[in-house]
Design a protein around this ligand. Structure first.
Ligand SMILES: Cc1ncc(COP(=O)(O)O)c(C=O)c1O
Length: 275
């Protein structure tokens, strides 16, 4: 069927590309989002994405999202595409008075689809960004709509050959990359930054920790500083759209990609491909 027959954007279930200018997502970033890799009409990490959205809604005091409706809308916008990325934005909607939220919010849903990037392995050079992440226990872990720090950090990388940047919080602790979580391998320890005060608790990070634990490799959630990354044997980044992204260079230092990371990458690729 021709792509033109399928809506690629739904706003509150309607095939339109407009939303109210009074939406609180626009004014205050008062909302959450999920970016979901689809394989045909299946989303292999669906339940993890929905669990995070649900948890986020509880923390922000939003009504629980209708997960069946969202599943239906994701399938609608992805129709006809063999692989795609479906983005859900779920805001508090309109109303209230300035920062004062409405007593009975009526959330706004945007569900949209784009082509997925290939899962093929990329050679990824990374550096540290100067833009700090705010220390914000109230928002830590959430995939909330306020992403200006990441936008500023990505601007730092413009024109460089660094494909990603690592971000530290205001106290200098390494937290994550601009759009991915970080894992650091030393000789016998695998660590990932603790996200209690900043960062997004990625669904891929959660899956990676489970796969590694199944293989008998314990991952510690720790406080990491820049020098821990600079002294590491290997690093990799991960997110739900690209899977595992081994880092082949940190600043000017070339890094190996250990077998463990190669294997993990294959396993995740199989999962994201619906296998
Ligand atoms: C800032 C940030 N951290 C981490 C992640 C990884 O999250 P997930 O594994 O859920 O894609 C993302 C994904 O876009 C992100 O934007």
């Amino acid at each position: 069927m021709a792509a033109a027959n399928h809506p690629r954007v739904l706003v509150d279930g309607k095939a339109v590309e407009v939303m109210p200018v009074s939406d609180r997502g626009l004014h205050y970033a008062d909302g959450l989002f999920e970016t979901i890799r689809m394989c045909g009409d299946k989303a292999p990490l669906w339940s993890r994405h929905m669990a995070r959205l649900d948890r986020g809604a509880v923390r922000l005091g939003l009504p629980a999202p209708d997960l069946e409706l969202l599943a239906h809308e994701c399938t609608r916008v992805s129709a006809g595409r063999s692989t795609s990325v479906c983005k859900i934005i779920y805001t508090r909607g309109s109303g209230g008075r300035a920062y004062v939220a409405p007593d009975n919010p009526r959330p706004l849903r945007v569900v949209m689809s784009r082509e997925a990037p290939p899962l093929a392995r990329i050679e990824l050079a990374v550096t540290f960004c100067r833009t700090p992440l705010a220390i914000s226990p109230a928002l830590a872990g959430l995939k909330h709509c306020g992403r200006l720090e990441q936008v500023l950090a990505r601007r730092e990388l413009a024109g460089s050959d660094f494909g990603e940047g690592l971000m530290c919080d205001a106290a200098g602790r390494v937290i994550e990359a601009t759009s991915a979580n970080l894992f650091v391998l030393h000789d016998d320890i695998i660590s990932t930054p603790d996200l209690a005060k900043a960062g997004v608790a990625g669904v891929m990070r959660e899956l990676v920790m489970e796969i590694l634990a199944d293989q008998g490799c314990q991952v510690s959630e720790s406080t990491l500083e820049k020098h821990d990354c600079r002294q590491a044997r290997a690093l990799f980044l991960c997110n739900a759209v690209r899977g595992i992204m081994p880092v082949t260079r940190l600043e000017s230092k070339d890094l190996e990609v250990p077998q463990l990371v190669e294997k993990l990458s294959c396993k995740v690729e199989t999962i994201l491909s619906g296998g």
